[in-house]
Design a binder for this molecule. Structure first.
Ligand code: VGL
Ligand code: ZN
Length: 207
């Protein structure tokens, strides 16, 4: 099984019900991820980690509301409620996830001017997080992606993983989507399938 890594995307309080950007059922996947993790020789996690006043926050754009889409430096940006502000409780990992075995935690979204859904690089695709180098150096070729949210950080991570030469899969039962704006989830999953990303609807028997 060497060569395979589990990438646990943003299992944080703010993406769970009650959180600032609560994803329905977001907390339900934590026990499942705990069960999956020991099957992987390498586990890495990401943490969405924004400075206050981040450009992805609706509150940073006077007159704008969460879930409106604007153009930010030439690319579409969904505006979010303030979430995962560095050092806050909302940015902490959910208490139900056990990441003691995680080899690394990669923080992303730290640049105030640009969002970073992907575990690998920002949305402008300019600044890498270093994760690709880490995984390559560890001999990882296949990346199994779980966590929050399916339609943003998991999806962007899968697309980048593919572009960066890894073989990505998303294990859908261990993810939950934001589900907004309408149609975005369906479009995103269709695009990923088209690219050849395996989207598992069921978990492997011997998981
Ligand atoms: C995410 C929206 C904003 C995610 C992060 O983890 O999917 N979504 N920041
Ligand atoms: Zn974010």
């Amino acid at each position: 099984m060497a060569g395979r890594a589990l990438l646990v995307v943003d299992p944080q309080n703010d993406f769970c019900p009650q959180g600032a950007l609560g994803v329905p059922g977001g907390d339900e996947i934590m026990p499942l991820i705990n069960e999956l993790a020991p099957r992987f020789p390498i586990v890495v996690a990401t943490q969405d980690w924004h400075p206050a006043g981040h450009a992805s926050f609706a509150s940073s754009h006077p007159g704008r509301r969460p879930l409106e889409v604007i153009e930010l430096d030439g690319i579409p940006q969904v505006l979010w409620p303030d979430h995962c502000v560095a050092g806050t409780r909302g940015a902490e990992f959910h208490p139900g996830i056990d990441l003691r075995a995680a080899r690394a935690v990669v923080r992303k979204g730290t640049d105030p001017r640009v969002d970073s859904y992907s575990a690998f690089r920002d949305n402008q695709r300019e600044h890498p997080t270093g994760l690709a180098g880490l995984l390559r150096e560890l001999g990882v070729t296949r990346v199994v992606i779980v966590g929050l949210a399916t339609d943003y950080c998991a999806a962007f991570s899968a697309r980048d993983a593919l572009e960066l030469g890894f073989v990505p899969e998303i294990w859908l039962p261990a993810t939950r989507p934001v589900g907004a704006p309408p149609g975005h989830l369906e479009r995103t999953l269709a695009e990923l399938r088209q690219l050849g990303v395996v989207l598992r609807e069921d978990l492997p028997e011997d998981r």
